[in-house]
Design a protein around this ligand. Sequence first.
Ligand code: NAP
Length: 556
Amino acid sequence: MSAPDEQTQSGPRAVPGSVDVAVVGAGFSGMYLLHRLREMNLSAVVFEAGTDVGGTWYWNRYPGARVDVESLAYSFSFSEELEQEYEWEERYPTQPEILRYARHVADRFDLRRDIFFGTRVTAAAYDERDAAWLVRTDRGDAVTARFLVMATGCLSFSKLPEVPGLERFRGATFHTAHWPHEDVDFGGMRVGLIGTGSSGVQSIPVIAEQAADLTVFQRTPAYSLPARNRRLRPDEIADMKAGYRAFRKAQRESGFGVPVAPATKSALEVSDEERDTAFEAAWESGSLVNLLTAYTDLAVDLAANDTAKRFVHGKIRQIVKDPQTAEDLCPAYPFGTKRPCLDTDYYETYNRDNVHLVNLLRTPIVEITEKGVRTSAGEYAFDAIVYATGFDAMTGSLTNVDIRGRGGVSLKEAWSAGPRTYLGISSAGFPNMFMITGPGSPSVLSNMVVSIEQHVDWVADAIDHLDRHGLTTIEPEPQAQDAWVDHVNLVGGFTLYPKANSWYMGANVPGKPRVFMPYAGGVGEYRKKCDEVAARGYEGFSLSPDGPAQQRPADD
Ligand code: NAP
């Protein structure tokens, strides 16, 4: 173990000059990883750009922000005491409630003393001679670490729309992923909102209640299902707490990290009445996954998927009174191939007199002006514009740090044709670097907390394995990585996901390679694969006492 020795400065506390593990990000991943590393008596430093823990839940403070997985399931399982003592209030907790939980975890496990807030990692370079990473921050820190872990989240590098004139607008401007910490009051304002993914769908009903007038600019409609949110009852909390161990096991073995009864029938083999009853039950249940998992083939067969698509279209037409608005809100792509949303009164909001929908497929945005938004049909004047335009997902938070591996090759260059990882955990050419929920792992297709815990445990165990066996480096073998990338593509290709222009495919960022990035094989199967790899002595990885010999510098 390396001891924290020389010191560099970052704020009032000294950043250690050398640690075992440098962690980037103090969201759920970084927090749990720090806890695990401490249990292993390893020295660690965590750099966090925000001023507090929480990651996603620190940044995304827009009105109406909630998680789409139930609170009792969207929580850490690593500490039974934490599970038992924490009191969740709502079925789908608000952003403040989740942030409160993250802060509680940080305090309870005394995590803050190794986290450097307000500090962004700008670069990390692997030194082949010393088998160590040199990590640099925007505050001038330089830390040497045996291991680098990117706990930077899949949806953290936000994006603005690619339209001219963004800087010209004279009113107030917001992005859902960088919402101000103080309250924003849209009372009496004319608000324009661009984007109808989860962030837009959650914020639109709340902003509509405050604003004098809200105009929503929609390029692609979302499929949104009612959340049926409510306060949790004491009896259901008690039941969950009594049965947590069995529930956690079921989560880990499930497809999405959310236990659901497995479907047994094709959507095409049942009568219309039977199917409608099943879909209606899923709609009423207030769940993100129950509709997609109601039949065996909804995610893989277009004809089967069409039945779910027609069902949701029917609901939209039933709820939204203006027929043209209803048609504009009906998605054309297969159900579930872009991330569906969970909402509270989303479609109902379009029945309000102060809410208007602009279909950008008919009248695209031409530019942002001093007064507002100009489409091909004319100019709309606003007091405020809200950008709910999403993220450079899965790779943005990794490739926008100047990470340089073996031979000075940057991760951005190595991934120029799309991300290449082994197991979504590490990438060939970048020894001793791990990603938590990286591309090629189930990540965004799952309950993130389940996937985060699995990756953190796997990474911590891998480091422990190296230390116990006197090994220094771990790095994927290129053939194992190629085979995993092929497998991820093969499994993705069995599904309907590639049929939509989604951020899963990188399609929301102009010029980004079109590759289906998450692993669609399910968290249970994926966990088995990761466990097998570890049990076989980290099969597919090259483990070395001093780095792979053929890669050593010539003068060594
Ligand atoms: P998103 O799903 O990527 O939605 C961005 C929206 O902005 C899309 O409607 C997109 O249209 C539109 N847009 C982007 N660029 C545009 C442009 N140049 N002109 C016009 N429209 C443009 O982003 P998000 O809503 O922030 O959500 C991202 C993900 O974060 C979600 O899918 C979910 O996984 C996660 N999330 C989760 C929760 C939750 O759990 N409750 C809440 C929020 C977010 P196109 O579709 O045509 O690109």
